[in-house]
Design a protein around this ligand. Structure first.
Ligand code: ATP
Ligand code: MG
Length: 312
């Protein structure tokens, strides 16, 4: 069960008796499905095994941007560093339960680890204990249960009230990232326009291909977000042209990235984006008129506009 502190805003919707059992009342925080909502829910894994490329910044601010557009967004922190959790103003050490419990304890339902952190915005936080989850799940690898535990916990009825579920992956291709890919419909790759970024991309795409083959036949790569981008430099322009050419070369291939795009706009380097995590706020609350807010708002609109085509 989750203890909410004053620092963790949460909704006070009535708890669902079906999931309380004999545990203390959960936060009852999950939204109900919208009646007649025909749009499919999108689950997007933000992944890149390279560290420090903008995964967390993009998951938080794109998620907050979509929430501002009226979409109901659940963010899931799958990184033991808990950066997404901190970015949303939740102190991991104050939590009684987190995504670790969701993944490793059959008795912990999604409701117990979900916090409402803003209008239309919810989060499943992480703690450093998440680093132990991979080892705990290892015995279940052989029959494929370890790879599907997140999918199992986020059963459709639990997440029916969300329009987007966005997963912030750790900088590795281990079991936590595999769980994100097994559950997700789509992959978005935050990356920087550096020469070495393209090298890591082939390994990343190979992993997506493997998971699609073994666990998730509908998994697709929606695109890349170029983070901390400086369009003025020759290197950034060249890397982005190489990336576009690589994606074009895959248009007729039977690969999960055949429809992938470099998502627009690219996100400019902006100091406010680097500052806002330490204030526990998305960019729209911290500095609503800065370039970073402008870029993530436009990116949220662009991603939302691809709703029907990329989910179908
Ligand atoms: N557009 C930007 N402009 C300036 N700083 C940025 C921008 N995007 C991200 N940053 C900063 O760069 C650093 C790395 O970003 P972030 O934490 O989002 O990367 P990450 O891929 O999630 O890292 P990790 O692999 O460690 O999880 C952070 O300090 C973040 O605040
Ligand atoms: Mg991160």
């Amino acid at each position: 069960m989750t203890t909410q502190t004053a620092a963790h805003p949460t909704s006070v919707d009535l708890p669902d008796p079906a999931v309380t059992n004999d545990t203390p009342a959960p936060s009852g925080v999950l939204p109900a499905a919208r009646p007649g909502n025909a749009d499919p829910r999108r689950a997007i894994a933000f992944m890149n095994q390279k560290g420090g490329v903008g995964k967390t910044t993009t998951t938080v601010n794109l998620g907050a941007g979509l929430a501002r557009l009226g979409q109901r967004v659940l963010l899931i922190d799958l990184d033991p560093q808990a950066h997404l959790t901190l970015h949303l103003g939740i102190e991991p050490d104050d939590l009684d339960a987190s995504v670790y419990d969701l993944l490793t304890d059959d008795r912990t339902p999604l409701d117990d680890v979900t916090h409402k952190v803003g209008k239309n915005l919810w989060v499943v936080p992480a703690q450093v204990s998440l680093a132990g989850a991979e080892a705990e799940l290892a015995p279940k690898l052989i029959d494929g249960r370890a790879q599907r535990v997140l999918e199992h916990k986020l059963a459709d009825d639990k997440i029916a009230g969300f329009d987007y579920v966005m997963l912030d992956c750790p900088p590795s291709l281990g079991l936590l990232t595999v769980n994100a890919l097994t559950f997700a419909d789509e992959v978005v790759v935050p990356m920087q326009s550096h020469f070495l970024s393209l090298q890591g991309l082939s390994k990343l795409l190979e992993t997506v291909q493997l998971i699609r083959g073994a666990f998730n036949p509908d998994l697709t790569v929606t695109g890349m977000v170029l983070c901390m981008h400086n369009a003025q430099t020759i290197l950034a322009t060249e890397v982005s042209a190489d990336l576009e050419a690589f994606l074009e070369s895959a248009r007729l291939a039977d690969v999960p990235w055949r429809d992938a795009r470099v998502l627009k706009p690219t996100v400019r380097r902006n100091i406010k984006l680097a500052e806002c995590p330490s204030f526990g706020q998305p960019i729209f609350d911290y500095a609503p008129s800065c370039a970073g807010a402008e870029d993530y708002e436009a990116l949220a609109r662009a991603l939302d506009a691809t709703r029907v085509t990329s989910a179908g």
